[in-house]
Design a protein around this ligand. Structure first.
Ligand code: Z5A
Length: 217
């Protein structure tokens, strides 16, 4: 039995971490086994790499180095957590995944597309999302939300970048959604939390009805 991999993508402050537990609750109420995880991180090895990347320690070595660090973390995360959960028929909800690498390293880092595609193919080894929610919000609004949430803590390596860079990333996520409309659903994230979660739950329910994943409860 194979589970489902559902990923959440989008710019800073779009509301991914807010929406994931709401979808998890909805699915659990329907009787599904749910695993919530995140990238970079999600397994002990990947969490160690997360610290290196988000502290900015690898930034001076360039985007290719960062892309490979994200890939190393993802490979461990998939092996240790995601694939075993899918093999057990569970629904995995992951905060960021391959599209973040495509956008942050591939587009913002201006890396060769063939290099990025090869790294992705080797890293995921066939474990690809069944459904991806791209939470879309103007960069300025998302960053304002992320700033409020952070409070006095320092911005991380990516939050510090310019509005133009964040807006370009937003457009890159939307371009991925246009290229893969079957997998990617663009969600207007500039709305009340409950309205967004209702749309996400409805789209997930529709996918579940069309595939073989069944609830245990
Ligand atoms: N990265 C990469 O470069 N390459 C990769 O391959 C991967 C990642 C996997 C991880 O950061 C960084 O790594 C990330 C990309 C890069 N860049 N940055 N920064 P992270 O894991 O520390 O954080 P994040 O993924 O960027 O989270 P986030 O985008 O900052 O936040 P969010 O999860 O989308 O938003 P939130 O925490 O749910 O909400 C933010 C605030 O807004 C919070 O106070 C909420 O209460 C509020 N909120 C949420 N929804 C709403 C609505 N609907 N209305 C009003 N207020 C709301």
């Amino acid at each position: 039995m194979s589970g489902l991999l559902i990923t959440f993508e989008g710019g800073e402050g779009a509301g991914k971490s807010t929406q994931i537990p709401l979808l998890a609750d909805h699915l659990k109420k329907c009787g599904f086994e749910v695993v919530v995880t995140r990238e970079p991180g999600g397994s002990p090895g990947a969490e160690a790499v997360r610290h290196v990347i988000l502290s900015g320690a690898a930034e001076t070595y360039g985007p290719a180095m960062e892309a490979l660090l994200f890939a190393a973390a993802r490979s461990d995360h998939i092996d240790q957590k995601i694939r075993p959960a899918l093999d057990a028929g569970q629904i995995v909800l992951c905060d960021r995944f391959i599209d973040s690498s495509r956008v942050y390293q591939g587009i913002s880092g201006n890396l060769d597309q063939q290099f990025m595609q090869s790294v992705e193919r080797i890293t995921v080894a066939g474990t690809l999302p069944d459904l991806t929610f791209i939470l879309d919000i103007p960069a300025e609004k998302g960053l304002a939300r992320a700033g409020l949430r952070r409070g006095d803590e320092a911005a991380d390596r990516f939050e510090k970048e310019t509005i133009a860079t964040h807006e370009a990333r937003r457009q890159a996520f939307l371009a991925i959604a246009r290229a893969e409309p079957q997998r990617c659903k663009v969600i207007d994230a500039d709305r009340p939390v409950e309205m967004i979660s209702a749309e996400i739950a409805a789209l997930t329910d529709a996918l579940l009805q069309s595939c073989e994943v069944t609830a245990n409860g």
